[in-house]
Design a protein around this ligand. Structure first.
Ligand SMILES: CC(=O)SCCNC(=O)CCNC(=O)[C@H](O)C(C)(C)COP(=O)(O)OP(=O)(O)OC[C@H]1O[C@@H](n2cnc3c(N)ncnc32)[C@H](O)[C@@H]1OP(=O)(O)O
Ligand SMILES: O=C([O-])CC(=O)C(=O)O
Length: 374
């Protein structure tokens, strides 16, 4: 295993609490949700099963899954007041700002009154996020007021139908489902830690999730999938990609979609989404973006020993499915909500306010100089 020095900056390498939800990089590159390997879940489960697993601790049986899907389907529609707010957000707004506002405003309309309602609040957000994203997007970009219910029984299919008005192909629905599984949970990443800090003050679920969305928005975290797309679209060929990436590295630019705070050799989600991206590329009939992505991966490993994280091949996969780039990170929200909410519940179950200390590096104690003497 490649050894990497972890300094204290960014709290790296320090344990900030316990969790029974997830392990990240335990054997160098693994990822498990409640003991199940993510690749096993991606091959053999659906996103709703994974959501249930994260919330309840065990995979559902067939009846429990059917009940859960039904429960979520009934919670999909948006209140009129929220639709009005979404209609007022301009087309050039940042879509993560739309998600943040949508989440926060729903918290005004349907507040979590006490912690006995935490599962209900999490399910409501899980069911409503695809419509929050698509209602704003379709109204501001296509001038269409969409119907927020669909006949799709999965969140993956529901989202794709809201976006396009068409029932998705089996391939697209499955890839979206896998993508939602891969993004669902990742231990104490920045956005989840945000949610837990907020939860530790005994705040409400909507505040915890709103804060987490703000943390996920940044390009060093969830925003990397969009940034990776913007980058690969500028490359005209695999050779061009290598030349331009060499220039970027020479200019000390960060290459989005590469590297990780915890994994040392690879991100286990990459091989899974990469395989689906390849499949989508051949269905799309033009593999050039996939070939460019593979060239980027080879170049970064050969020159910097940096590997693709979960975000990199998500960019081409989503693109082949016709998803607008600006919706990439909001899709991440629709998925990671499960992990965030499960962590909020776990924090509440064994809470102490999160309040670390700081090493002071400022001025020595001094007196205020009267203003006329400054
Ligand atoms: C779903 C997710 O959130 S996955 C992460 C998504 N984010 C990205 O893809 C953004 C690009 N990647 C990065 O900025 C970083 O790799 C992070 C934020 C993910 C991790 O940050 P850190 O833990 O600080 O990275 P790490 O300690 O491994 O960095 C080691 C060195 O590699 C460099 N490095 C790391 N990632 C990259 C990158 N993508 N491009 C160029 N250089 C990089 C760092 O600058 C650092 O160099 P230095 O020692 O000369 O300063
Ligand atoms: O764990 C992290 O730091 C970032 C990440 O990959 C995620 O949140 O999925």
């Amino acid at each position: 295993m490649v050894d990497k020095k972890l300094s204290g900056a960014g709290l790296r390498g320090q344990s900030a609490g316990e969790t029974a939800l997830c392990t990240v990089g335990k054997s160098g590159s693994g990822l498990t949700y409640r003991g199940y390997d993510v690749s096993d879940l991606a091959d053999n489960a659906t996103f709703e099963e994974v959501a249930y697993l994260l919330f309840k601790g065990e995979l559902p049986n067939a009846t429990q899954l059917e009940d859960y899907r039904k429960n979520l389907s009934e919670k999909r529609d948006l209140p009129e007041a929220l639709k009005e707010v979404l209609k007022r957000i301009p087309a050039d707004a940042h879509p993560m700002d739309v998600m943040r506002t949508g989440c926060s405003f729903l918290g005004n309309l349907e507040p979590e009154q006490d912690f006995t309602q935490q599962q209900q609040a999490a399910d409501r957000l899980l069911a409503a996020f695809p419509a929050i994203m698509c209602y704003w997007y379709r109204f501001s970009h296509d001038n269409v007021e969409i119907e927020c219910n669909t006949d799709q029984d999965s969140i993956a299919g529901h989202f794709l139908k809201l976006l396009t008005d068409q029932a998705p192909s089996e391939l697209h629905r499955r890839v979206m489902d896998v993508s939602l599984i891969l993004y669902a949970e990742h231990e104490f990443n920045a956005s989840t830690f945000t949610a837990r800090v907020c939860a530790s003050t005994l705040s409400d679920m909507f505040s915890c999730i709103t804060g987490a969305i703000g943390s996920l928005r940044g390009p060093l975290h969830g925003g990397a999938n969009e940034a990776a797309m913007d980058m690969i679209q500028k490359f005209s060929s695999p050779e061009d990609a290598k030349l331009k990436m060499a220039e970027m590295l020479a200019n000390k630019e960060k290459i989005m979609g590469f590297g990780h705070a915890i994994y040392r050799e690879s991100d286990p989600r990459n091989v899974i989404i990469k395989r689906w991206s390849e499949k989508l590329a051949s269905e799309f009939g033009d593999t050039s973006l996939y070939d460019i992505s593979v060239a980027c991966e080879e170049f970064m490993w050969d020159t910097k020993k940096l590997f693709c994280n979960a975000d990199f091949f998500h960019a081409s996969a989503y693109h082949f499915m016709g998803i607008p780039t600006k919706l990439f990170t909001p899709i991440f929200v629709c998925s990671r909500l499960t992990g965030w909410a499960a962590h909020v519940m776990e924090q509440r179950a064994n809470n102490r306010i999160i309040r670390p200390s700081a090493d002071y590096i400022g001025e020595e104690p001094r007196k205020v100089t009267p203003i006329e003497q400054r």
